[in-house]
Design a protein around this ligand. Structure first.
Ligand code: B12
Ligand code: SF4
Length: 594
């Protein structure tokens, strides 16, 4: 069934040659499913691929980062060389991919000098004018909703009848044959998300069709923990100072004055479809109260009776009545709340304006109405936050656990703001005002920082209240204290706590050793000396201040619903055979998703 792809979407590792370099990444990804290689591709790969296939293009996703992590001898170059698509797409959504994404583009261009390379994502949007100047980047699609502009660009590149000219493709930054750069107007900004389809059945089908499950896996351990996401909106109503996806960042980068929401009934359908494939949790991204009082209720009504595990977010304290409705509709729910700091003054400087009492009441109420878990998140590296304040936050965690955490359902986490303060955020755009001092501003500066030997040198900022040394030191100290608290409350086993503790100690010693090398070894010897430490560095790189499995919510039974998957694939095969026998009945090569 394999057929030439029109578009190949490539996801790069954060640092291209991470398998050869000795970099102590630090706790940069402890609280997301990815490793520090940031191997997870954007949700948008799935929606763009589904949208293009719906319009008759064949799309293939290749998660190079996962392949490189999982197969030590996997070399991306021969694979890239063998593809013959109309175009390649590479995400530069998260800035930590600045190194890997550009390196992959360079490799693609070397093997396919005449095949267009398209970039997209948040960071590509922010840096579009700098990005297009790299000789191996041909097009940048700006915006939070690239499906339709990408379809138009693909129509144009494939010479389809009725395709627009390049100058007419919305949101496109491009270089013409004479090397002149054009920035088309950012005119495509859909008001809602009802035109897209977050349908993981596309991924399963495509993986089967291309006989290449390895390339479609969203992150390294996904088959062990098949969590899926459902997206309630693009944009955010909140204005957190450090966030490149905040309301003000969206206004600056995407010209949006309000988020684009997905209709609640469609969101409910997304959740059900996901749960039909996997028994893992569905993470419903975005506080459901953002679109007004009716939205959450309509969503709950549409999902009533759903028994699967879901994770939901709260951006601020919630009334008990809301939590009770949530519990009635989704009895197997986990709640995530980011308090950022125990100190309301630091929290306010971060952009969250609520006191401790209402959020503590929310935590108590959520547990009382039956939350399976309440995960509470704190951060280091914030405006007005000193090292002492970070450690006080851990004392506050002890207090929370003493008051609400006796039965193991309340789980606190802490992580540093790392590796980068987001471009587009208020902190990045007005650093003085928020007490940030930036070490990098351009894309190229960030690309170069990613090759630094430890996360201390990768960080693109320090604050008026904590320099980089203090931030690194207090992150490890806070991680150690929180780890022993978790052991005390039985949230992690004694062995796991001991392993985390030992890892933090090793990481602290390695930071000191790397500092010594950077400060004393002749510069041409630093990397050779670092090479000696590689095995040890790799050991502490995967999780640092906590074990990321602490984030996993429990569920029982086989992880994937193999029966449903098999049934769907058999149906596809029958449809494909019919399509070949009766081609006139099928307009597109991919069947429309019902
Ligand atoms: C959901 C989310 C996540 C999810 C990701 C789920 C996923 N697989 O996409 C999780 C929780 C895992 C996550 C992790 C991280 N995140 Co995050 N995340 C968000 C959040 C809340 C929403 C993003 C969203 O709405 N996406 C939906 C839309 C907008 O994007 P999309 O559909 O994936 O892609 C569309 C466009 O971006 C574009 N596009 C994307 N890629 C490409 C490629 C091509 C070729 C083209 C043409 C277009 C294109 O077209 C797509 C379709 O329209 C934002 C904050 C916010 N309010 O926006 C932060 C945000 C995006 N995350 C951010 C960061 C920093 C991270 C981490 C690096 C944090 C960390 N240190 O661990 C990690 C990276 C994880 C990894 N890659 O492995 C920053 C990014 C800032 C920046 N410019 O770098 C943001 C803005 C804010 C924040 N600080 O959290 N994140
Ligand atoms: S960090 Fe704040 S602004 Fe950013 S997505 Fe989360 S709630 Fe919204």
């Amino acid at each position: 069934m394999s057929q030439r792809a029109d578009l190949i979407l490539l996801h790069a590792p954060s640092v291209y040659d991470f398998r050869r370099q000795s970099i102590l990444y630090g706790p940069v990804s402890d609280l997301v499913p990815s490793t520090p290689v940031f191997e997870m591709y954007p949700i948008g790969f799935t929606t763009m691929a589904e949208y293009l296939e719906r319009h008759g293009f064949r799309v293939r996703i290749v998660n190079l980062a996962v392949r490189m992590l999982n197969e030590p001898t996997f070399d991306p170059e021969p694979l890239i060389a063998a593809f013959q698509p109309t175009a390649f797409g590479i995400d530069l959504h998260w800035l930590p991919h600045a190194h890997g994404a550009l390196a992959i583009a360079q490799i693609v261009k070397r093997h396919h000098p005449h095949t267009p390379i398209i970039f997209g994502g948040f960071s590509a949007t922010y840096y579009h004018e700098e990005l297009i100047r790299y000789p191996f980047v041909d097009y940048v699609i700006r915006g939070d909703s690239a499906e339709e502009p990408l379809r138009q660009l693909m129509a144009c590149l494939s010479g389809r009848a009725g395709a627009p000219t390049l100058a007419a493709v919305p949101n496109l930054t491009w270089r013409d044959r004479d090397g002149e750069i054009h920035v088309n107007p950012y005119s495509y900004r859909p008001a809602n998300l009802d035109h897209v389809m977050l349908d993981y059945r596309y991924v399963v089908r495509a993986a089967a069709r291309d006989l290449d499950l390895d390339s479609y896996v969203p992150f390294k351990d996904w088959l062990d923990y098949p969590i899926l996401a459902a997206l309630s909106c693009r944009g955010c109503t909140q204005n957190c100072v450090i966030c490149g996806g905040s309301a003000s960042a969206f206004r600056r980068m995407h010209g949006r004055t309000a988020p684009a929401f997905r209709k609640p009934e469609m969101l409910a359908e997304d959740v059900r479809r996901s749960a039909a494939l996997s028994r893992g949790p569905v993470f419903i991204l975005g506080d459901l109260r953002q679109a007004g009082p009716d939205y959450a209720q309509r969503f709950f009504d549409a999902l009533r009776g759903f028994r699967g595990p879901v994770i939901t977010e709260l951006f601020s304290p919630a009334p008990r009545e809301y939590l009770a409705r949530l519990a009635r509709a989704l009895p197997n729910f986990t709640l995530e709340v980011s308090l950022e700091s125990h100190d309301p003054q630091v929290r306010a400087a971060f952009g969250k304006h609520y006191a401790n009492e209402p959020i503590e009441r929310t935590i108590a109420d959520a547990l009382d109405v039956g939350a399976k878990r309440v995960d509470v998140f704190f951060m280091a590296g914030l405006p007005q936050q000193t090292a002492a304040s970070v450690l006080d936050t851990i004392d506050y965690c002890a207090d929370l656990l003493r008051r609400f955490g006796r039965d193991g359902r309340l789980i606190p986490f802490i992580s540093p703001l790392a590796p980068f303060l987001d471009p587009g955020s208020r902190g990045f755009e007005e650093p003085d005002q928020h007490g940030y001092r930036l070490f990098a501003r351009t894309l190229e500066e960030h690309r170069q920082r990613l090759g630094a030997p430890s996360w201390k040198y990768v960080l693109n900022y320090e604050t008026r209240w904590m320099n980089r040394d203090q931030l690194v030191e207090v992150t490890y100290a806070a991680g150690k204290r929180l780890n022993s608290l978790k052991a005390e409350y039985g949230l992690v086993s004694a062995e796991q706590a001991a392993a985390t503790d030992a890892r933090i100690d090793r990481a602290t010693a390695l930071i000191a050793e790397i500092d010594r090398l950077v400060n004393t070894a002749p510069s041409d010897q630093v990397y050779a000396e670092l090479g000696r430490l590689k095995a040890e560095i790799d050991q502490v790189n995967m999780s640092t201040v906590c074990d990321k499995r602490e984030l996993n919510v429990e569920f029982s039974g086989p992880k994937l619903r193999y029966h449903q998957v098999a049934h769907m694939l058999i149906e596809d095969m029958v449809r494909e055979v019919s399509r070949r026998l009766f081609p006139q009945r099928f307009k597109y090569s991919a069947q429309p998703i019902d």
